[in-house]
Design a protein around this ligand. Structure first.
Ligand SMILES: N[C@@H](CCC(=O)N[C@@H](CS)C(=O)NCC(=O)O)C(=O)O
Length: 205
């Protein structure tokens, strides 16, 4: 008999959080191996040492968005509809998340949260200023896309919302500017009301 899918990574990581939230939304049992990044035990599933990673009975995978697609492909639901154009739109947002959105907000999260908490030292305001310019450029795009839309790609939540929404996990703690983005605020409230999103909330967010 097949074992539950194993997810490697600490749930405080927003990239792990999105995987756990999607698994929960799909009602798919997973087992968590709470390893921090670069743990030696990770390397056979995640050669970069980054989290999250996954092992489904010998099939290993890393990259959070690839894992989301894998999980949702195993159990077809409205999170990942079969229609090619709807899927393409979901992929568009997931690629944007990896290529533009995460790189825009992550330096702010690192400087304001990860660095003081785990490495010690004051935030580098120069890094933050540069990152805020990128963040505002991307947040304006997201806010515009949500104008008149409750969700990113259809009438209900899809993988796109879980993927992009993970970036707001620490928004309050790291003081991400949201006052100019009312559509993002309303959308993130909708996402936050989902049982799966609540259940995957890291303790310190
Ligand atoms: N693109 C990757 C990013 C994964 C990532 O950077 N994870 C962080 C934790 S949130 C990590 O493992 N950092 C350690 C490192 O980069 O060495 C994904 O979406 O899975």
């Amino acid at each position: 008999m097949a074992s539950p899918i194993k997810i490697f990574g600490v749930p405080v990581s927003q990239n792990v959080r999105k995987v756990l939230a999607v698994a929960r939304h799909l009602d798919m049992p997973v087992e968590i191996a709470p390893l921090p990044p670069r743990d030696a035990a990770l390397l056979s599933v995640s050669p970069s040492g980054r989290i999250p990673a996954m092992d489904d009975n010998g099939f290993t995978l890393c990259e959070s968005n690839a894992i989301l697609i894998y999980l949702a492909s195993k159990k077809p639901t409205a999170l990942y509809p079969e229609d090619p154009q709807r899927r393409a739109r979901i992929h568009q947002w997931m690629f944007w998340d990896s290529a533009h959105w995460t790189p825009a907000y992550q330096p702010i999260q690192f400087e304001r949260l990860v660095k003081p908490k785990f490495y010690g030292g004051a935030p580098d305001e120069g890094v933050i200023e540069k990152a805020l310019a990128a963040y505002n450029r991307e947040a304006a795009l997201l806010n515009a896309a949500l104008d008149g839309n409750d969700w990113l790609t259809g009438d209900g939540p899809s993988l796109a919302d879980f993927s992009v929404g993970a970036g707001f996990t620490y928004a309050a703690l790291i003081d991400l500017p949201l006052s100019d983005y009312p559509n993002i605020r309303a959308w993130y409230e909708r996402l936050s009301a989902l049982e799966a999103w609540k259940a995957s909330t890291p303790p310190m967010s």
